[in-house]
Design a protein around this ligand. Sequence first.
Ligand SMILES: [Zn+2]
Length: 185
Amino acid sequence: MMSMKKGRSRNNRNNRNNRNNLNQGTKITLYFDIRELVPKKAYDRLGLRVANALHPGLLQGLDILRELVGQPLYINDWMWGGHFTCSGLRIGDPCTKTGAKYSAHKMGYAVDVKLKTPDGKYDPESGLKIWEIIQTNATDELRRRILRVEDPEFTRSWLHIEFCYVWVKKWADSIEVFNPRRPYV
Ligand SMILES: [Zn+2]
């Protein structure tokens, strides 16, 4: 009995020490690291707590989309030295300086998704390609989790996707495509 208690308290101490370890526990879904979804400054400041600002529908939907597309999806790349830091959640500097007050990025349910070409560069047609795959092959499960996308004719090199709780959508099989020049939020 005594030794069990000791063991447990030692484990608790280890868990506390590991909580801010950058190399452990940063994978938030099967395919994504928390750092791909949040700004660098917010992660540096808040650590894993920043995950609480991300919508569960986004986390579930992203993995389903990743499996559908069948190749890596890129959102933020600052953890690999890239310049994308505001492609997922937008909180803090510099990500809240522009954009709508109630932007889906600021509320934690939107991402701007990119693909890379075989030579490792961002695919300039990423938005069009991902949207084509969704339109052609998305299962009902994925459609129910995608609230709307920005028309990739305007944002060809990425696809802005807004996820949701399934009960938020009125029509499970439709995905609204909105014109970024006339956003309603
Ligand atoms: Zn976006």
